[in-house]
Design a protein around this ligand. Sequence first.
Ligand code: SF4
Length: 143
Amino acid sequence: MKIAVSACLLGVNCKYNGGNNRNEAVLSFVKGHEILPVCPEAAGGLPTPRIPCEIVCGTVTDKNGQSRDRAYREGARRCLDEIRAAGAELAVLQPRSPSCGVRQIYDGTFSGKLIEGSGVFAALLKENGIPVREPEDLKEEET
Ligand code: SF4
């Protein structure tokens, strides 16, 4: 199976602070499969490191109050195109990110509070019928 994975979960230093979210459970899950690393924020042309963003009233906005919505949505669209072109059947995504979060995101106040919702990339994949999972879901999955 071909699996798209948030690049930061694979250990790529593409996170907003220049680090990564390397996850051994994800690496073990994807072993033996074809992996497509994706980072929609990098694909949208954003630099690393970058100013952290949250979704504020539906618009991806950085901590300084500047809209980054266009770059986030463009990056999400580019990564969706890559996933389609590669024929990936599943995406494993980093939780809580304004791009990749599947079930929860920060509430837009930059205070660390989580709410139910999806990042713009995860939402786009769902809308387009690509199954999305977070690392904690993988125990239940069979590949
Ligand atoms: S956009 Fe997704 S893949 Fe890129 S750093 Fe953020 S969580 Fe990781």
